[in-house]
Ligand binder design. Structure first.
Ligand code: 13P
Ligand code: SF4
Length: 330
């Protein structure tokens, strides 16, 4: 049986917090004391975005994790992102506010099944979307994110055969954009597959001047309706550059916080899911709270670790992604 200390180290013990503490001040103090940096994905709750030293999409966060001089990285995101930070900066301590912040897309591709899948295509190069486990990255030739997937495929010779996983929707979009015939793993993100084409059509009728913008993890039927398709950073930049005053946004709702901050006076409407739940909130991303972030900085747990052999194998495809991205100015 695990000891209390072990459960605490793994982040399974809940600790109460003095309600009179100003968590924003306390987190700032702890960051200085521990030489820590807080990296947050756009899908985090607004308070976490506001306390972060860097907010970004998966590519920006990887680039930041590779170059930071902090001793401690608090990764306000999900497990595969914290693992990527650890792989790029193995000498640093990487903390994840909630150890259960996983990812349905990463879960949709178990490494032992992907290994068998890969064996069926021995002459294919393997490109994996960063939303996967470290073990899967270790089996890959190049990692990609939604910002650079098209450029990474285009950087390869036309005759190169490619397996793309785990997201079939992103893979299908990349195949369409590049004209390449990719072998796709059948995985998906539960948040991006929930949007209803029918409800979006009705919403567009009520907001005829609104631009409909979507993340490429959405299904093709939804992407077909989009005025713009891009990564979270791409969607944010589009909202700034566009003259439109209204946007219907098909991705996780956390990005709307930055869109509103960057665009006073513009309106952002979350695209409706196909039922009545708050399904375009990612339940994994939203496991992190300001309270858990404070506790993880204070206690130095939960810590994300990756076995040394997996770090060694997974580092190459991630570094290859960073090199190709840099050559495209991304
Ligand atoms: P990007 O950060 O590349 O936009 O991907 C979104 C996502 O699903 C992260 O989990
Ligand atoms: Fe994973 Fe989807 Fe959540 Fe992103 S939004 S972390 S892909 S479940």
């Amino acid at each position: 049986m695990d000891t209390l200390e072990e459960l605490n180290r793994r982040g399974f013990v809940e600790e109460s917090i003095d309600p009179t503490l100003d968590l924003f001040d306390e987190i700032e103090k702890l960051k200085k004391e521990k030489n820590a940096i807080v990296l947050a994905h756009y899908y985090q709750e607004p308070d976490i975005q506001d306390i972060a030293d860097y907010i970004g999409d998966s590519l920006g966060l990887s680039q930041e994790a590779a170059k930071t001089e902090a001793d401690v990285i608090v990764f306000a995101g999900v497990h595969f992102m914290a693992e990527t930070a650890k792989i790029l900066s193995p000498e640093k301590t990487v903390l994840l506010p909630d150890v259960k912040a996983g990812c349905s897309l990463a879960d949709s591709c178990p490494p032992h099944l992907f290994k068998k899948f890969k064996e069926k295509y021995p002459d294919h190069l393997v490109i994996t979307y960063v939303n996967c486990t470290a073990e899967l990255k270790a089996m890959s030739d190049i990692v990609c994110t939604s910002t650079n997937a098209v450029q990474i495929v285009e950087s390869l010779p036309k005759e190169q055969k490619i397996i793309f996983g785990p997201d079939k929707n992103l893979g299908a979009w990349v195949a369409k954009k590049t004209g390449r015939d990719l072998v796709l793993w059948n995985g998906a993100c539960m948040v991006h597959e929930i949007f209803s084409r029918e409800k979006i059509t009705k919403l567009k009728e009520r907001h005829p001047n609104a631009k409909f913008i979507a993340h490429p993890e959405c299904e093709e039927a939804v992407l077909q309706m989009a005025d713009y398709i891009g990564s979270t950073t791409g969607l944010l930049n589009y909202s700034v550059k566009s003259d439109a005053m209204e946007f219907i946004v098909a991705t996780e709702s956390g990005i709307i916080h930055q869109m509103e901050k960057a665009n006073p006076g513009k309106t952002f409407i979350p695209a409706p899911p196909n039922n009545n739940c708050a399904c375009n909130d990612c339940p994994y991303m939203k496991r992190n709270t300001l309270e858990k972030l404070y506790l993880c900085l204070k206690n130095g747990t939960p810590e994300v670790t990756v076995p040394a052999d997996i770090i060694a194998a997974a580092r190459k495809p991630i570094e290859r992604m960073l090199e190709i991205s840099a050559s495209f100015g991304l």
